[in-house]
Design a protein around this ligand. Structure first.
Ligand code: SF4
Length: 427
């Protein structure tokens, strides 16, 4: 159900279970202003700076050296524990310093161009980030998936993608640019704002939402882009997201998903230490060369060697292998047997993903019985092999369907897709 030509604001604490598929139409300027912070294009964001970089920035503004550590601590708390987006709310920082900070930096959120809520409670935000340098504003999609006892935020790392995985909608949008550490983190901050995961601004200091009561318990770098082609920025953002004095997400609840950029897999293990997921999708190089073309550069043997060397693997810290089920392409029981052989010796979980259709894609989803037989075989070999329930299909938020509004789908394509889904295509 579309929200109509006007704008229906969804309260941050909407009952997700009962929510109908809903699109907020934010095209009317007076409506859009309600969700649009000022786009401070000429000021650098404080969000995403490491503590050292923040201390240097404060020193450059004339904050005495003996105060910088304390000021950084205060800012860190306001930004990442309290989630404020306006220096005026930082009441334990002097008015004078707040004004100086405001004159030189921004902590504003990106504009939310559209918020969609699926019938299954999945939410998708289209966020617009201000231009950098001579560039243009960029649109980025972020998806929230609520589940029993947990909620996962799927974050984008690039606008578009240089890789061209043939089953992936994002792969049809060419790379516009890498996201900065601030832009990666702001997706999390916006989602926490909209879900009510930060304390209200006027609650007394210290009244924070405890970790166990949060809506976002996990994050996955699985949105638009290849995170390991933006390694330094992703690293910076994830180290801040897992900082115990700030957003405080355990590294075991952060998963980075890569199509297989082998040298950076080693670096991820050493320098970031989060959980790893591999977009595998094929067990033979000839097929993977087609489905995930980076395989031509880093073939399966090199990829799996990097996986075997990933630090601290155990049954409690397994690598997730993503495997999209494509009818007649990679879904035979021979493929399942080869998968088991390929992963031997690696603590692994295999996520089987029913293919999500998108207009223009060449593939069909495997039949449900085939997916179940495939899962059964892998499971009997000792690997957890959950079949991922498609989420947010009605708002194109499911795996491999993200593509930003800068290349928004034509209405006719959208109608075709809806017809396909009603007819059960891809189920
Ligand atoms: S699957 Fe990931 S790496 Fe491949 S094209 Fe899509 S976004 Fe890029």
């Amino acid at each position: 159900m579309k929200g109509g030509p006007g704008f229906r604001r969804v309260p941050a604490k909407t009952d997700l279970k009962n929510a109908m598929a809903l699109t907020l139409d934010l095209t009317k300027p007076e409506s859009r202003a309600q969700l649009r912070p000022q786009m401070a294009v000429d000021k650098k964001s404080l969000i995403g700076l490491s503590r050292d970089a923040m201390a240097q920035a404060l020193a450059a503004l004339g904050v005495p050296e003996r105060q910088t550590r304390m000021r950084v601590r205060q800012l860190w708390h306001w930004l990442y524990v309290r989630g404020v987006s306006d220096f005026a709310q930082m009441f334990n920082i002097s008015k004078e310093l707040r004004a100086t900070l405001d004159a030189h930096f921004t902590i504003a959120r990106p504009e939310i161009v559209e918020e969609q809520i699926s019938q299954d409670g999945t939410r998708k935000w289209l966020m617009r980030f201000p231009p950098r340098g001579a560039g243009r504003p960029v649109d980025v999609e972020t998806v929230y998936i609520p589940e029993e006892g947990r909620g996962t935020l799927c974050i984008s790392s690039q606008v578009g993608c240089t890789l061209t995985c043939t089953f992936c909608h994002t792969g049809t949008q060419k790379l516009v640019r890498n996201l900065t550490p601030g832009e990666i983190l702001e997706q999390l901050l916006v989602a926490r704002d909209r879900l009510g995961d930060f304390p209200d601004a006027d609650t007394p200091d210290g009244a924070i939402v405890p970790a166990e009561g949060r809506k976002i318990t996990n994050i996955v770098m699985m949105g638009m882009g290849e995170p390991l082609y933006n390694f330094d920025n992703v690293k910076e953002a994830l180290l801040i997201a897992s900082d115990g004095d700030g957003l405080s997400l355990s590294k075991r609840r952060i998963t980075l998903s890569t199509s297989g950029v082998v040298p950076e897999i080693y670096r991820t293990g050493e320098e970031i230490g989060v959980m790893l997921a591999i977009s595998l999708h094929a067990v033979r190089d000839e097929l993977r060369d087609v489905l995930v073309p980076i395989n031509k550069k880093y073939p399966l043997k090199e990829l799996l060697d990097a996986c075997r060397a990933y630090p601290s693997l155990s049954n409690a810290r397994r690598i997730t292998f993503e495997y999209v089920m494509l009818k007649g392409v990679n879904d035979s029981l021979d493929d399942a047997r080869a998968l088991v052989r390929l992963l031997r010796g690696i603590p692994a979980k295999i996520n089987l993903i029913p293919f999500n259709p998108w207009p223009g894609s060449d593939y069909e989803c495997s039949d449900w019985e085939q997916i179940e037989e495939f899962a059964d075989l892998v499971n009997k070999a000792g690997y957890a092999s959950p079949i991922r329930t498609p989420r947010g299909r009605d708002i194109l938020a499911a795996c491999g369907q993200l593509k930003s509004a800068s290349e928004r789908m034509k209405k006719t394509d959208r109608l075709k897709l809806e017809a396909m889904m009603i007819a059960g295509h891809g189920e």
